[in-house]
Design a protein around this ligand. Sequence first.
Ligand SMILES: Nc1ncnc2c1ncn2[C@@H]1O[C@H](COP(=O)(O)OP(=O)(O)OP(=O)(O)O)[C@@H](O)[C@H]1O
Ligand SMILES: [Mg+2]
Length: 298
Amino acid sequence: MSGNATPSSTPVKSTGLHIGDAAPGVAKKDPILVAHGIKRQFGGLTAVDVAHVEIPRNAITALIGPNGAGKTTFFNLLTGFDQPNEGDWSFDGKSLKGVPSFKVARMGLIRTFQLTKALGLLTVMDNMKLGNTGQRGEKLLSSLIPALWKKQDAEIEVKAMDLLTRFKLDAKHEDFAASLSGGQRKLLEMARALMTDPTLVMLDEPMAGVNPALTQSLLDHILDLKTQGMTVLFVEHDMHMVRHIADWVIVMAEGKVVAEGAPDEVMKNPAVIDAYLGSHQDVDLGAVTGRITLPETK
Ligand SMILES: Nc1ncnc2c1ncn2[C@@H]1O[C@H](COP(=O)(O)OP(=O)(O)OP(=O)(O)O)[C@@H](O)[C@H]1O
Ligand SMILES: [Mg+2]
């Protein structure tokens, strides 16, 4: 263990979000999501083995951990895109066990993907409109009678255009999504997620592949979500971003939650340094940008 690591017994200052000492599985004062005993195995590999975790409401929580830690798999499980071998989890007090992803989205829990899922051969506007749930025109019979859905369709379009303007994609609304850059597709995915008026937004590596010129605006958008009363859970490898916007950090390694706490405290935690850097513990995690990289050998 390197000399500059803080012993885990150091008292942790309270963020006001949790009850008791910050440790894996610590209870939150007002959790929006509670997961218990979640296990997901792929053949012999246990990708996720989370004993207990609670996500605080109306806060920004970062889920960090090295490649292969199980972060995306955990997202898939929580949002109904995959089912665990064991475990229970609830959102706003309602069990999500066995609830399919489209119903989870209707309940107000929406997620974006590490690899963007924009439909390239639809326009940017059509991608946005698809994000809206409960559209009357989607039902076969009513789809034949435009009077039943035209007004709603127009309202959805106004809402979509507002969001596209916020995300500076309005000029591109008629372009095919395939023509957008990787970063713009990330923005489109986030804007589309907001079409459902979610209460919990889960973002899987929102910054990956985003041009640095767009990074600040993306950060501001995430901070805005909190201001608007939403809860955010995001996966990120960029520790500067995590420090900058997260109120709370949860660290996963080898499928388990190995640490939780306020960003500054967590970055000093030896378990976190171990999980990320193995024997290279002298590296200041705050100096790492982009994907986690080890210092260049001299
Ligand atoms: N569908 C699958 N079939 C088999 N193994 C899988 C599957 N999905 C994930 N895994 C494995 O589960 C482990 C966790 O993967 P996961 O993608 O959840 O990690 P991650 O923390 O999101 O990593 P990264 O930071 O690279 O995105 C990895 O070992 C991965 O290879
Ligand atoms: Mg991942």
